[in-house]
Write a protein that binds this ligand. Structure first.
Ligand code: URA
Length: 190
């Protein structure tokens, strides 16, 4: 894996971060990983138990599903893309991060986006969509997906289901495929 200099600085800053209470209960921070020059970035909600133990994003069951989406729907490898989360430390018991925790962690995500300069960011689930697009938490994923893709400063955002949601309800899988095809087309047209 190639590590850009900014990644080491950012990882160090996140390791020392005490801006929100999540640092108190984490085992390892999970800054993110992948191709620092990726044209496609995924943003999830926050690290789970496996990620907290390993210090890497999406390495548990949901991560295995995400890996399949990357290969099967996008024809890419996990090492081609960059994977990050709205918060870099595990919320206890896998609860949804609070608005304040997300706000405290947002500068790290923003820094990742500005260094990587992806063409497309796929928001995995409502929390990531809210963080990236600024919609209220109550907005349903169905409603958020209906307006795909979103044009933002220099990149597109495509909202889709979180892989953990698909593990609970497989009927959403075809929607994910549709969303990732939108992302793929955006990458192809440049
Ligand atoms: N779920 C997330 O949102 N992020 C991870 O890194 C793992 C599971």
């Amino acid at each position: 894996m190639v590590h850009a200099k900014w990644e080491s600085y950012l990882a160090e800053a996140i390791k020392r971060c005490n801006r929100c209470p999540l640092h108190e209960s984490r085992t390892n921070p999970v800054p993110g990983e992948g191709n620092p020059n990726a044209s496609l970035m995924f943003v999830g909600e926050g690290p789970g138990a496996d990620e907290d133990r390993m210090g890497r994003p999406f390495v548990g069951r949901a991560g295995k599903r995400l890996d399949l989406w990357i290969t099967d729907y996008l024809g890419m490898k996990r090492s081609d893309v960059y994977i990050a989360n709205t918060v870099k430390c595990r919320p206890p018991g896998n609860r949804v991060p609070t608005d304040s925790e997300m706000a405290m962690c947002f500068p790290y995500l923003l820094a990742q986006i500005s260094f990587i300069k992806p063409k497309v960011i796929v928001a995995l689930g409502k929390t990531a969509a809210q963080d990236l697009l600024g919609f209220p938490k109550a907005t349903s994923l169905k409603l958020l997906r209906a307006d795909n893709p979103y044009r933002r400063n220099g990149y597109y955002v495509v909202v889709t289901y979180h892989p953990a949601a698909i593990l609970r309800n497989a009927s959403y899988e075809s929607a994910v495929r549709e969303d990732l095809i939108i992302a793929k087309k955006l990458l192809e047209v440049g």
